[in-house]
Write a protein that binds this ligand. Structure first.
Ligand code: NAP
Length: 296
């Protein structure tokens, strides 16, 4: 007999809308003070259709929130040196407040070198080593957008993290690793799992808070979810599938993010929030008029 879902949904679409409204208000305040709207520069290398779609979506959202965007589309054959030069020029351009290099770039490009060409005060996607270090030390700076969105969701739903066992499945530099660091900073006891982890299921079964960031559809089985656990599914796979078997997990979890409509909208919202915040900081706007960029 099919089990009834018991979990409460964590509505990322609704929370993202609130964050976008707040970002639009910050953007308006910047525009009033400086006469210029905040500006996000997007950089795309090559012609991968999915990447082009993501960039288009981000730019459309910017426009809605009163944030200007400037797009740089580079050919697939762009070298590391050319990409670094282009990003350095944007870093030095006072008319640009935030920079987003769409990931992934071609395999022949040193992606790390390209990311590091982004000035930290314009690193609204939180991809530089300096941003990662600042986040890890609890210092001001911009946080990788998906983990920042996850933390906002957890706080919005009043999830108490202190002393709880948080299991993060995945350790990528933009998602799993920073998510674990942010959970640790909030006093969770954090375990990372990855492709070399032994007996992953038994670790997942111990999770009070589970973050799935694997990139494999329905990789986390419902029967492995601890009763009452908080389940954050960051995965986004073809067919609108998350990394968690949602229907089964929702019969055991206490709180769960849907896919789509959970973590996804939060990522774009955090990008815009951090872009508006960067512009406010760069134009000397009073803190009272700004949205805390990455706070929970
Ligand atoms: P990634 O760079 O490919 O990293 C995947 C991670 O999963 C790696 O750490 C890998 O371990 C681990 N992994 C792979 N197979 C595994 C297995 N069989 N058992 C345990 N761990 C395994 O991916 P990502 O960029 O972090 O993205 C992960 C997912 O999140 C994808 O579905 C992506 O589409 C989604 N995503 C969503 C958003 C959003 O806005 N919603 C944003 C970014 C990403 P190793 O390190 O050992 O290889």
């Amino acid at each position: 007999m099919p089990m009834t879902p018991t979990a409460r949904l964590m509505d990322g679409t609704r929370l993202a809308r609130q964050i976008l409204d707040h970002s639009a208000a910050t953007a308006r305040a910047v525009t009033q003070q400086t006469g210029e709207a905040p500006c996000l520069a997007t950089v795309l290398v090559g012609d991968d259709p999915a990447s082009a779609t993501y960039v288009r979506m981000k730019r459309a959202r910017c426009e809605k929130a009163g944030i200007a965007s400037r797009h740089l589309s580079l050919p697939a054959a762009t070298t590391t040196a050319e990409l670094v030069e282009a990003i350095t020029a944007l870093s030095e351009d006072p008319g640009v407040h935030g920079i987003l290099l769409q990931h992934p770039v071609g395999a022949h490009i040193d992606e790390r070198a390209a990311f590091e060409a982004i000035a930290p005060h314009k690193d609204v996607d939180g991809v530089t080593m300096r941003s990662f270090a600042a986040m890890s030390f609890g210092l001001p700076g911009f946080v990788s957008c998906t983990p920042a969105g996850i933390m906002r969701l957890l706080d919005h739903y009043d999830v108490d993290l202190a002393g709880r066992h948080a299991v993060v499945v995945g350790r990528s530099a933009i998602l799993g690793k920073p998510a674990g660091m942010l959970l640790l900073a909030r006093d969770a006891t954090v375990t990372y799992c990855h492709s070399r982890t032994r007996d992953l299921k038994s670790i997942v079964r111990e999770a009070d808070v589970l973050v799935a960031a694997v990139g494999r559809p329905r990789f986390i089985r419902g029967e492995d979810i601890k009763t009452g656990a908080v389940v954050i599914d960051a995965g986004y796979n073809p067919g609108n599938l998350g990394d968690v078997d949602f229907d089964a997990a929702a019969t055991r979890a206490g709180l769960i993010t849907p896919v789509p409509g959970g973590v996804g909208p939060m990522t774009i919202a955090m990008l815009l929030s951090q872009t508006a915040e960067a512009a406010a900081l760069q134009s000397g706007l009073a803190p009272a008029d700004r949205l805390p960029a990455s706070s929970g």
